[in-house]
Write a protein that binds this ligand. Structure first.
Ligand code: S3P
Length: 437
């Protein structure tokens, strides 16, 4: 994977594209298939560093798997032999790399095991808050010690054991926190309920149900009863709409563009980006073709137009949280103001994405006002190509590679771009294909 991405402005984006498997679903597939009572064939797993780390962690916990397509480092199709919930103590630390999802979801499972374990991550992950999962999981009975440089951060030492069921009101709309509690709740004796302040991605609920573990959602209350068996099943992971987002925005912003994204996940808790772009004036049609594992999927057609700025509604934020950097690029190119507020969660992602997005947009000549919980972009400027830094954040690297394509003049270089491998290992190849059409 190249350390640097170089792009030149492109007149329009056209053709067809299929993006790799969904990151959120791949993490959960590795965990649930690994806990299941039989053999699961998982197709179109995301062969990225984040998901491979979760798969390897399950391997260290005694789950066996074989790579059927792809390589050990980039598995695409897998046979996973579930351990019927009987994980075994790992002989070493479990390395989650850059992945908050991997660490927080695994912590939920490990909180309920009879053995101790240690979760570690890279410098970025070791500075992200883990107290948000420690609090509820400790309330359920697990013990945690954080040994990081920053308080409340990884390395995370977990002493698991018998848990009790709880009702927990989450202070933030986080799917990772909700999932950690639901996964732990599977091992607790009674009913565990998570109350979420707003709807956020519901892959854990959908996949648990499709693996035979009943999860009930009533408004913002999500409940699971312990003692249920995870039933093995085969699963095809849909393409990741958060990866598709880069191309969707690129095509939507440029009049004359026409793009078809095939076989992408269309779970409504992930498609807020499409609604916002349509409100901005884009011509976008999504067609759900079928469901697998409770996850709808299909195609998205995008026709480019001159967009207008809009205000993101508070309830939309959790359902487009990973798309904010690329949406901010769309805002800079749109006419009028783009208001992105109520998004303070962005400050605790792989980088502080309010800072890194603002910095890079300004370097390209955009007019951005930064707030504690977001940004306001006054659009209509022509972006200028320049040298930018991803700061090691995959979504910043890709969002600004696209900004470089959409720049009015000048070439753009993204430094520190190897991080795209955490979620979209074929990004540079797809970029080349799009540019050569
Ligand atoms: C994810 C949830 C989101 C998202 C992340 C993946 C998941 O994080 O930003 O990329 O798979 O559950 P939060 O739950 O912290 O909002």
């Amino acid at each position: 994977m190249s350390e640097i991405i170089k792009v030149s402005p492109l007149k329009k984006i056209s053709g067809e594209l299929a993006v790799p498997g969904d990151k959120s679903i791949s993490h959960r597939a590795a965990i649930l298939a690994g806990l299941s009572d039989g053999t699961c064939f998982v197709e179109n797993f995301l062969p990225s560093e984040d998901c491979v780390n979760t798969l390897r962690a399950m391997g260290q916990l005694s789950v066996r798997y074989e790579v059927e397509k792809g390589t050990e480092d980039h598995p695409i199709d897998l046979t996973i032999h579930g351990c019927s919930g009987e994980l075994r103590a790992p002989s070493a630390e479990l390395d989650c790399g850059n992945s908050g999802t991997g660490m927080r979801l695994l912590a939920g499972v490990l909180a309920a095991q009879k053995f101790d374990s240690v979760l570690v991550g890279d410098a970025s992950l070791s500075s992200r808050p883990m107290d948000r999962i420690i609090k509820p999981l400790a309330e359920m009975g697990a013990q945690f010690e954080t040994k990081g440089i920053k308080s409340g951060c990884a390395p995370l030492h977990i002493t698991g054991g018998k848990l009790k069921s709880i009702t927990y009101e989450m202070p933030m709309a986080s799917a990772q926190v909700k999932s950690a509690i639901l996964l732990a709740g599977m091992f607790a004796p009674d009913k565990t309920t998570v109350i979420q302040p707003a709807i956020n991605r519901d892959h854990t609920e959908r996949l648990l149900n499709s693996f035979g573990v009943r999860v009930k959602t009533e408004g913002n209350h999500i409940s699971i009863y312990g003692g249920q068996k995870v039933r093995s099943r085969d699963l095809v992971v849909p393409g990741d709409i958060s990866s598709a987002a880069f191309w969707i925005v690129a095509a939507a912003c440029v009049p004359g563009s026409r793009l078809l994204i095939k076989n992408v996940g269309l779970n409504p808790t992930r498609t807020a980006l499409l609604n916002v772009l349509i409100r901005m004036g884009a011509l976008i049609k999504d067609h759900v073709q079928h469901e697998d594992g409770g996850e709808p999927r299909g195609n998205i057609e995008i026709i480019g137009r001159q967009l207008k700025g809009t205000e993101i509604k508070p309830g939309e934020v959790p359902n487009l949280i990973d798309e904010v950097p690329i949406l901010a690029v769309a805002g800079a190119l749109a006419e009028g103001k783009m208001v992105i507020r109520n998004a303070a969660e962005l400050r605790v992602k792989e980088t502080d994405r309010i800072d890194t997005t603002t910095e890079n947009l300004r370097l390209m000549g955009a007019d951005v006002e930064e707030f504690e919980d977001g940004m306001v972009i006054t659009g209509g400027q022509t972006l200028k190509g320049t040298v930018l830094d991803s700061h090691g954040d995959h979504r910043i690297a890709m969002a600004f590679a696209i900004a470089g394509l959409l720049a009015g003049d000048g070439n753009t270089t993204i430094k520190n771009a190897a991080c795209v491998a955490t979620s979209y290992p074929t990004f540079s190849q797809h970029l080349k294909e799009i540019c050569n059409r």
